[in-house]
Design a protein around this ligand. Structure first.
Ligand code: 13P
Ligand code: SF4
Length: 314
């Protein structure tokens, strides 16, 4: 790729090569983090790529003073909560998570009133204000372990009904109250997609994310976080076939990290439009200080941090 200068209205936008962006990040003492659902060019640029839990951990331990978070808002907010002294920038500021937007702090307070003996467990896909109302956070890779670790026998799980149901089934000794949120991308896949793909690809292993509907999870050969799905496919015998029930970014990554495997998407349109909002130009602008940093009220940050730190400890 070569450098080019183009005119966008009155502003001049310089599009830099990946190496130039990396050098700029180093000069700015910035770490670029990217989720596996980001486009391939962003994942290749990033200094750290991971699932939600790994990214939160890498953000917390990063020596750099600036974090450029290529993902969606709740991820950048979580990084800010864990590292309040750092400058955290979401390069595409309008990249949200529709599931996180399905629940408000008022909803959490109402659930607590209805179930006063229950612990409140929040999927990391929630706003800082919602995390501030909860007892502990979890990610898809840690949810079962965290539910098991709680002293309470009743658990309010929010906002994802599918991940909540998946956890409830694996922690049978406890009573779960599930909020009815869902990921619009994963929730779209149904049993009919699995049956169609089983017919078309009879030798393939179906690996799905726990944000999928229970009927899909039940029919799958394996269920786990984005990192888990990647590891399963990458470490399988060469020449294996997989059908992947999560966002297309995971399949695109596998084409690079495991070209010897054949991977298909469970259904067409498994694309998170918010995760695809970040462009290299956005990252460049963020590195140049042209994108506002994440700011949160101190009391919200402090209360939300308690839930995140508890998760990290488990
Ligand atoms: P992971 O934690 O598995 O990366 O999932 C994040 C997410 O938003 C899934 O839709
Ligand atoms: Fe949110 Fe779903 Fe996109 Fe993940 S894939 S960020 S849960 S909308």
């Amino acid at each position: 790729m070569t450098s080019a200068t183009v005119s966008a209205g009155t502003a001049t936008v310089t599009s830099m090569t990946t190496n130039e962006l990396r050098a700029l990040a180093e000069r700015r003492d910035a770490l670029i983090l990217a989720h596996y659902y980001q486009t391939t060019d962003i994942q290749q640029l990033a200094g750290a790529v991971g699932d939600s839990f790994e990214l939160a951990k890498m953000a917390a331990s990063a020596p750099q003073k600036t974090l450029i978070f290529c993902g969606v808002r709740f991820m950048a907010e979580s990084a800010k909560i864990l590292c309040p002294e750092k400058t955290v920038i979401l390069p595409a500021p309008d990249a949200g998570c529709p599931m996180a937007d399905m629940i408000t702090p008022e909803d959490v307070r109402k659930l607590r009133e209805d179930h006063p003996n229950a612990a409140v467990m929040a999927y990391i896909n929630t706003s800082a204000a919602v995390k501030a109302e909860c007892d502990i956070c979890c990610t898809s890779s840690s949810a079962v372990r965290i539910a098991e670790s709680l002293a309470e026998n009743e658990i309010i799980f929010l906002p994802d009904q599918n991940l909540g149901g998946y956890v409830a089934e694996r922690v049978p000794g406890k009573t779960f109250y599930l909020f009815d949120g869902y990921c619009p991308v994963h929730h779209r896949a149904g049993a009919e997609d699995v049956l169609a793909v089983r017919k078309a690809r009879p030798g393939a292993r179906l690996l799905v994310h726990p944000e999928c509907r229970p009927e899909v999870v039940k029919l799958a050969d394996g269920v786990g976080s984005t990192s888990w799905i990647l590891r399963e496919a990458e470490t399988a015998p060469p020449g294996s076939e997989f059908v992947i029930g999560t966002e297309v970014g995971v399949v695109e990554r596998l084409q690079i990290t495991a070209p010897e495997q054949t991977c298909f998407l469970l259904r067409a349109g498994f694309v998170c439009p918010n995760m695809k909002k970040t462009s290299l130009q956005d990252v460049e602008k963020a590195l140049r200080g042209e994108v506002p940093e994440i700011t949160l009220a101190q009391d919200v940050m402090d209360a939300a941090r308690a839930s995140l730190v508890r998760m990290m400890a488990v």
